[in-house]
Design a binder for this molecule. Structure first.
Ligand code: B12
Length: 212
């Protein structure tokens, strides 16, 4: 579909106005929101990621592209939102301390919201004490932690330990994700689950909540 490849190209070039216009156009053409997300917005961000890896683009371009991606995400967000009277459970999401990446976590949040869960997103660079306070205050069924940097992902272990020390471990299941994270790392730090992408995150949440 031409509009979707145009969305990807506009994310890649960081043209927020065009992303806004094309995302609306794709919706008016009857494209499904998850298709616009996967084949348009995410496709564009993946291309930027590849170029960043190969030193073909640098931080400013990546930032501009991620802003453009966010403009598209905000248009799609209401379409993933459930009827608030039929919420299936509460989930806290946070990008751990030291890490400012949040695009993937926002997508996970949107997928979960779309499936009927209430999502409380604590943002980026979130400390373990903030997470512990939020778990006490919100009493979520699931805590989802995101990390994109190998240099700071070990903080996930500290968060799991802090939840344990606060006596909250029996109340909340912990799921982790982000590109450097693996299933074996989840096992190693005592998390309950790991998912490589938003669709698998939703499946993981369903499985964990069914175990209760
Ligand atoms: C966008 C981006 C940025 C943006 C972030 C903007 C934002 N608001 O998020 C900016 C410019 C700020 C940035 C900065 C930096 N970045 Co950067 N960045 C990226 C980039 C290009 C794309 C990430 C992304 O959004 N991917 C698209 C989304 C959809 O995918 P995703 O994040 O993986 O999320 C999916 C899954 O992982 C999973 N998931 C994610 N979170 C969660 C959570 C849960 C609970 C679950 C279950 C699943 C899950 O589901 C998501 C949806 O499918 C990646 C390259 C890449 N290919 O990943 C580098 C990358 C992550 N960055 C990198 C680096 C090095 C940096 C900097 C250190 C650069 C620098 N020299 O300053 C800084 C660090 C800043 C900081 N303290 O965090 C490296 C990390 C290397 C490493 N392994 O440690 C990467 C891999 C690039 C590279 N190849 O070198 N970056």
């Amino acid at each position: 579909m031409r509009t979707l490849s145009e969305i990807a190209a506009s994310v890649e070039s960081g043209d927020s106005a065009r992303v806004k216009e094309l995302t609306r156009k794709a919706l008016s053409q009857g494209q499904l929101p998850d298709k616009i997300l996967d084949d348009g917005l995410v496709q564009g961000m993946s291309a930027v990621g590849e170029k960043f890896k190969n030193n073909e683009v640098f931080i400013p371009e990546v930032l501009i592209a991620s802003r453009a991606m966010n403009v598209g995400l905000e248009i799609l967000r209401p379409l993933f939102s459930p009827d608030r009277d039929h919420l299936r459970g509460r989930i806290i999401l946070a990008t751990i301390k030291g890490d400012l990446h949040d695009i993937g976590k926002k997508i996970v949040g949107m997928m979960l919201e779309g499936a009927g869960y209430e999502v409380v997103d604590l943002g980026v660079d979130v400390s373990r004490s903030h997470i512990v306070r939020a778990v006490k205050a919100n009493r979520p069924s699931i805590l989802g932690l995101s990390a994109l940097l190998t240099t700071t992902m070990s903080y996930m272990r500290d968060v799991v330990a802090a939840i344990e020390q606060a006596g909250l471990r029996g109340r909340v299941r912990i799921v982790i994700g982000g590109s450097p994270v693996t299933r074996s790392y989840a096992d190693e730090i005592g998390a309950d689950g790991y998912a490589p992408d938003a669709a698998s995150a939703l499946e993981m949440v369903k499985v964990l909540l069914a175990k209760k």
